[in-house]
Ligand binder design. Structure first.
Ligand SMILES: NC(=O)c1ccc[n+]([C@@H]2O[C@H](COP(=O)([O-])OP(=O)(O)OC[C@H]3O[C@@H](n4cnc5c(N)ncnc54)[C@H](O)[C@@H]3O)[C@@H](O)[C@H]2O)c1
Length: 278
């Protein structure tokens, strides 16, 4: 079957073996999407989803093995990149343009949340700076590198991964992480406003907690820690990475053509909740 942008076809969502057949739109045929942190978690699920919707996916990751595997699986291109390095980031977007002829989507998603970033009382300057570099400076660098391509084209969608903690406080603090995500949110809003009349949209994606292997392992060891968080989620569960990826695909596509400069929450209702169901 030949598909054109906007067609809907039934394909198997290979990203989630628990799901049966589901309709996947083909909204990104012919588009090029750069994904940082494509080797794992939200980035990997998004690379899969963007590819399923027809995009050429350029998988950027510092981890060669995982990044290569993601590119192989999605039929895309792997570029090894440390997102804190200006030249490597520049090369990532240049390679995408030289290989596929455009940079339509930049999903600036790579991020870290190391254990030595904790309460402000314990977090040292080195940990603070490391997290700011990887989570915030990297987004500045990626936007700076993507924008000239998008301005030349007169269109583009930039999606920067922030977090629901950019909007809500937590007593289980990771001080530099939270501050970095607040920065991502404010920067995305400003860029979305600045470049709106050039056909470029910039949104901050704010996921709630996602059910990752790491999180599962941590909570298996400490059920009280899991319960303390789960009680705040109206849905009573964490998100699946595929649910975040679906929002990324929406923001990447023309279906979100009037969605710009937002803090796009995908948090299962956490930020709207006062009392949750028993
Ligand atoms: N998992 C959650 O619950 C959650 C919730 C809200 C926001 N987020 C954010 O979503 C993003 C992805 O999180 P995830 O849970 O999928 O993480 P993950 O650890 O599963 O994946 C992150 C990927 O980024 C890569 N990476 C790390 N440092 C890098 C660097 N310097 N250069 C290039 N690549 C680098 C890693 O190799 C890895 O493949 C992060 O920005 C994170 O802060 C996560």
């Amino acid at each position: 079957m030949t598909t054109t942008p906007g067609d809907i076809e039934n394909t198997t969502d290979t990203a989630d073996t628990a799901d049966t057949e589901r309709a996947v739109c083909r909204r990104l045929v012919g588009r090029t999407a750069v994904v940082t942190g494509a080797g794992s978690g939200i980035g990997l699920a998004s690379a899969r989803r963007l590819a399923a919707e027809g995009a050429h996916v350029v998988c950027g990751d510092v981890d060669e093995t995982r990044g290569k595997a993601a590119a192989e699986e999605t039929g895309g291109l792997f570029v090894q990149v440390d997102v804190t390095d200006p030249e490597q980031v520049e090369a990532l977007f240049r390679t995408a343009y030289e290989t596929y002829g455009s940079v339509d989507v930049a999903f600036n998603n790579a991020g870290i949340s190391p254990p030595d970033d904790d309460s402000i009382l314990e977090t040292g300057l080195e940990a603070w700076r490391r997290v700011q570099e990887v989570n915030l400076t990297s987004v500045y660098l990626c936007c700076k590198a993507a924008l000239p391509h998008m301005r030349r084209q007169g269109k583009g969608s930039i999606i920067n991964t922030a977090s629901f903690v950019a909007r809500m406080g937590a007593a289980t603090s990771q001080i530099s992480y939270t501050a970095s995500k607040g920065g991502v949110l404010a920067m995305s809003r400003e860029l979305g406003v600045q470049f709106a009349r050039e056909g470029i949209r910039v949104n901050a994606l704010c996921p709630g907690p996602v059910d990752t292997p790491l999180l599962r392992e941590l909570f298996a060891e400490d059920p009280e820690r899991a319960a303390r968080r789960l009680v705040h989620i109206p849905a009573g569960r964490f998100a699946r990475a595929e649910e975040i990826a679906a929002a990324v695909a929406f923001l990447a596509s023309d279906d979100s053509s009037f969605v710009n400069a937002t803090d796009f929450l995908v948090d299962g209702g956490i930020s709207g909740a006062y009392v949750t169901p028993l």
